[in-house]
Design a protein around this ligand. Structure first.
Ligand SMILES: Nc1nc2c(c(=O)[nH]1)N[C@@H](CN(C=O)c1ccc(C(=O)N[C@@H](CCC(=O)O)C(=O)O)cc1)CN2
Ligand SMILES: NCC(=O)N[C@@H]1O[C@H](COP(=O)([O-])[O-])[C@@H](O)[C@H]1O
Length: 236
């Protein structure tokens, strides 16, 4: 089966992973949410349709009352609270407890941040090296970093006058939005756009692109250039 990465194949790129053996078994996912969870729902739908060779083993949130957590509970998926609320430390997990739950209790293999608004601690970044994805609603490295989340991102994009935006899926490192980029997609930004209109246009692309990235990770279809740039391969 000939494989290509998502853009035109080039001899300069290393070769795709050779999967002569049967498809890898289903990977166990942890999904982190803070809000409505539409990206989580898109990923879960793709899991249910067989488009992602994975299982959502657990959902983690700093906001256990959010829509994404409600969806998880409606589908029988356990929900963990992290970090614990500052005013009630007993109501959630600490860093070490979270790591222990993800690795030992739930045997998580891939962490997927989907609208999660808190910093992932270095301990988790180290334990899941090259196994934590995040989606950002702009074309990183622009319009990213601390303070850039949700509608704030789209307000900044519209205010800047740029003519393209779109989602970025990247690997997570110790800082906000600075990890290696795995995939991006572009949408037009019209000078007449209100931020809400741009947000809806970008979100539609998020729901298309993120499940493709999670599927590639579950199929072991991501390789790494020697300079640390990831390549997502798709089977033809
Ligand atoms: N170690 C990492 N943790 C997280 C990353 C990351 O890249 N590395 N990405 C974020 C998601 N994100 C952008 O994609 C992001 C989320 C939140 C913020 C932010 O400024 N948060 C505020 C707090 C907001 C709140 O509590 O309501 C803050 O830290 O002051 C920036 C970027 C998820 N984690
Ligand atoms: N910087 C992080 C950030 O802004 N993430 C963004 O939050 C929204 C969450 O929506 P959802 O909860 O419906 O998936 C999404 O647009 C996602 O890109």
């Amino acid at each position: 089966m000939r494989q290509q990465h998502l853009t035109a194949a080039s001899a300069a790129h290393p070769q795709p992973p050779q999967h002569s053996e049967p498809a890898p078994p289903s990977k166990r996912l942890a999904v982190f949410v803070s809000g409505g969870g539409s990206n989580f729902r898109a990923i879960h739908a793709a899991v249910q349709q067989g488009a992602i060779a994975g299982t959502v083993a657990v959902v983690v949130s700093n906001a256990p009352g959010c829509g994404g957590c409600d969806y998880a509970r409606q589908h029988g998926i356990p929900v963990l609270t992290y970090p614990a609320p500052k005013d009630d430390p007993s109501a959630g997990l600490g860093d070490d407890e979270l790591l222990q739950q993800l690795t030992e209790e739930f045997s998580v293999e891939l962490v997927v941040l989907a609208g999660y608004l808190k910093l992932i601690p270095s301990s988790l970044v180290r334990a899941f090296k090259r196994r934590i994805l995040n989606i950002h609603p702009a074309l990183l490295p622009a319009f990213g970093g601390k303070g850039y989340y949700g509608g704030k991102v789209h307000r900044a994009v519209v205010a800047s006058g740029v003519r393209f935006s779109g989602p970025t899926i990247h690997f997570v490192d110790e800082e906000y939005d600075t990890g290696p980029i795995l995939a991006q997609a572009i949408v037009p930004v019209y000078p007449t756009d209100r931020p809400e209109q741009l947000a809806a246009r970008v979100l539609k692309e998020e729901h298309r692109l993120y499940p493709l990235c999670v599927a590639a990770m579950c199929d072991d279809r991501v390789t790494w250039r020697e300079d640390g740039v990831p390549i997502m391969w798709t089977a033809h």
